[in-house]
Design a protein around this ligand. Structure first.
Ligand SMILES: [Zn+2]
Length: 318
């Protein structure tokens, strides 16, 4: 049923509601877009939302599936290296059989999976910001009217964002930062808008922990996020630092991931990086790597506002 709902929803999202690059096509040219997270990801988001709203899936089943998707995404190393926008853009040039984000599986993500979670975060953010008067449904309807019916064309990324922020009645800075960077997503904050809490459990995993998320820019490896109290933060690494070498070898997303996979806690690595044009080197004692599992459960005490958002979102009573 999810699969049927997915393909049916494409009649709207992609066939009619679409980024400029997705038609009309010039088949002699590459059709690059950084918005497949919206075209495919939001379709994945709606496939299950439609089932729960139609009563074909329970609220519990829906939240369990979402928690499973978060667990899978967070335990795959790719989320430390690639954003949803990059995953969308690079898929065109990916070799046959490569994952959706192109290139190496350990350093790329799926814009389907990540896009679906971004859809949930956007939806909950819009509901909270608009005092539960608007939702992602209004965004989809607005895009359909403005770009399919009125202008008869696709939309730009800025136009898509503007439609979302119009519905919210204010800026959605953080969620759009999640779209374009590898920053860690604060699921708990957004699910709390619907009266839900996120429970996590950790267990030891192979490899070592450094605590940075990166982006690849102009062939350089730039730090996009630093986990608090992590080995990276303790050693003084910061957002926007450019990692030059790791144990003396040229740094790439793949070499960083391979190095951390081969190390264990208390092992040391030498990181050379540049900050504002000055080169520095630090030796970092790596930390314990862990796997995290996520569960989503109703809060014990929730406000009428949280309860309304949850009920309107899933069209079911808590
Ligand atoms: Zn699809």
């Amino acid at each position: 049923m999810s699969y049927v709902a997915h393909e049916y929803f494409h009649n709207f999202n992609v066939k009619r509601i679409r980024p400029l690059a997705l038609g009309p096509f010039d088949y002699d040219q590459a059709n690059l877009t950084d918005m497949l997270w919206a075209s495919e990801g939001l379709t994945v988001y709606y496939q299950d939302l439609l089932l729960v709203r139609a009563g074909l899936m329970t609220r519990g089943q829906y939240l369990e599936k979402m928690a499973g998707a978060i667990t899978k995404f967070e335990n795959a190393s790719g989320h430390r290296y690639q954003s949803a926008a990059e995953s969308s853009l690079y898929t065109w040039g990916a070799p046959r059989g490569a994952p959706p984000g192109g290139g190496d599986r350990s350093t790329s993500i799926s814009y389907y999976d990540n896009g679906a979670m971004l859809g949930a975060l956007l939806d909950l953010n819009i509901r909270n910001e608009s005092h539960n008067r608007k939702s992602l449904d209004d965004v989809m309807r607005g895009l359909y009217r403005e770009y399919y019916q009125r202008k008869a064309r696709g939309f730009t990324g800025a136009e898509f964002r503007s439609e979302c922020e119009k519905a919210a009645g204010g800026p959605l800075t953080e969620v759009f930062e999640y779209v374009s960077t590898s920053r860690e997503m604060d699921y708990a904050k957004y699910l709390a808008y619907a009266g839900l809490r996120v429970e996590t459990a950790e267990e030891a995993a192979a490899g070592a922990f450094l605590g940075v998320n990166t982006k690849t820019q102009d062939d350089g490896l730039i730090i996009a996020d630093v986990a608090s109290a992590s080995p990276a933060q303790n050693a003084g690494l910061a957002v926007e630092d450019r990692i030059l070498t790791l144990d003396g070898a040229h740094a790439t997303a793949k070499s960083l991931n391979d190095l951390l996979s081969a190390k264990k806690a208390i092992d040391k690595i030498k990181v050379q990086f540049s900050r504002k044009g000055a080169t520095q080197e630090v030796e970092i004692v790596l930390g314990k790597n862990s796997k995290r599992s996520y569960k989503i459960a109703p809060m014990d005490a929730l406000s009428a506002f949280q309860s309304d958002i949850g009920n309107d979102w899933l069209r079911t009573r808590q």
